[in-house]
Design a protein around this ligand. Structure first.
Ligand SMILES: [Zn+2]
Length: 384
């Protein structure tokens, strides 16, 4: 397919580069790239890949745009808050470059749909923030022999690499086992500098274009580490693991598995057991109003406590509770009735389990955290 007059005009700065030229631009226009997630990493990748002329872009996401996304997820805007992210990003891309064919998948990526969706694309770009999806996407790429462009961000630090088991290691060669659930905080819990996913997402997009062109030196076999605070890039050499269960000499994984189970995400029965340790925001409000004798403990970080708090709550950050040191517990006694809360309900459940081990027995974790409190009880408490 030859470039049209309009395309020659649009891509003229590319055509001037000997490494791209007309033939290279035609490769870009014919390429098929799937972006998993249209959030912090997926937004900048999607916009620049569309601007560069990637002809077929697949977008997979099941979320809707929230106001707190706009600090970094630049494919979306105030006018699309509340809309599906895939639709919001598709509209933005259509305005940027109407040549691009965008296919949207408003769904969660699963072991059931991954192989079918991936098979329509040349390159898979991972912009997700959870371990089950990362292992799933990496495994599917190994099985389908496709390059997997990895990116990862938290607070001020990012990582990127290209995993292609035909040429080098896969993600499992680097991380054979996922960390225990709850060990690595998500950006929603730990925070992230808004610029950071822009930088890492564009490193991923840059790798895509190089692979399409077959130019330059890709990140295959290298893990790039970036620290935005010190403005330093470092690089680790990665080696293929001969005993890797999926890309090694004797693979034991030959099809996609249950990634929630692999990553230790509790199955339904365990979640039910946890649910019995939870208490709803309405009930906590009644207990406060009735001046019921109990302690409400906020296990978030001091920086979060400064953003908002529930009147009557005492701050004891999760780290102090997990330190297993009674002196850090602010006089909390094992025989008291205690309700723990955090932002969304995950850390407070971890705190509850840590306190159980220390002999506390009358414990509840407030379901949905202070965010649910803000939505259902007191709208003057800001959502963050
Ligand atoms: Zn491997």
């Amino acid at each position: 397919m030859a470039l049209t007059q309009n395309q020659i005009n649009r891509y003229s700065r590319h055509l001037l580069l000997p490494e791209v030229g007309v033939a290279g631009q035609e490769k870009i226009c014919n390429s098929k790239v799937l972006l998993i997630g249209t959030g912090g990493l997926g937004s900048p990748s999607a916009l620049y890949l569309a601007a560069a002329g990637v002809g077929n872009i697949g977008l997979i996401d099941f979320d809707v745009v929230e106001f707190s996304n706009l600090q970094r997820q630049v494919a979306h805007g105030e006018s699309t808050v509340g809309k599906l992210k895939v639709d919001s990003a598709k509209d933005r891309i259509a305005d940027l470059n109407s040549d691009v064919r965008v296919t949207t998948y408003n769904t969660r990526l699963t072991s059931e749909n991954a192989m079918k969706i991936f098979s329509d694309y040349d390159i898979i770009v991972d912009g997700t923030d959870n371990f089950p999806t990362r292992y799933l996407a990496s495994d599917a790429c190994v099985l389908l022999r496709k390059p997997y462009i990895y990116g990862c961000i938290l607070r001020f630090e990012g990582q990127a690499s290209v995993f292609d088991s035909r040429l080098g290691p896969c993600y499992r060669c680097l991380y054979p086992e996922p960390p225990p659930p709850g060990m690595v905080p998500s950006c929603a819990e730990g925070g992230v500098l808004g610029i950071l996913p822009g930088i890492v997402g564009l490193i991923q997009a840059n790798e895509v274009i190089k692979l399409v062109l077959g130019e330059g030196e890709s990140l295959v076999g290298r893990l790039l580490l970036f620290d935005a605070l010190s403005m330093k890039f470092r690089e680790l050499k990665l080696h293929k693991d001969k005993s890797c269960p999926i890309c090694g000499e004797n693979p034991t994984i030959t099809e996609l598995i249950d990634y929630d189970q692999f990553c230790g995400i509790p199955a339904a029965e365990e979640s039910t057991a946890d649910a019995a340790l939870e208490i709803g925001v309405e009930q906590v409000k009644q207990m406060l109003d009735a001046k019921h004798a109990f302690k409400l403990i906020d296990v978030r970080e001091p920086s979060e406590y400064q953003i908002c708090k529930i009147a009557g709550a005492t701050l004891i950050p999760l780290g102090d509770i997990e330190a297993n040191d009674v002196k850090k517990l602010n006089g909390l006694r094992p025989d008291e009735e205690i309700v723990l809360h955090c932002k969304a309900g995950v850390r407070s459940m971890n705190a509850l389990k840590a306190l159980q081990k220390m002999g506390f027995s009358n414990l509840k974790s407030m379901r949905g955290g202070i965010n649910e409190w803000s939505e259902k009880i007191d709208a003057s408490v800001p959502l963050y």
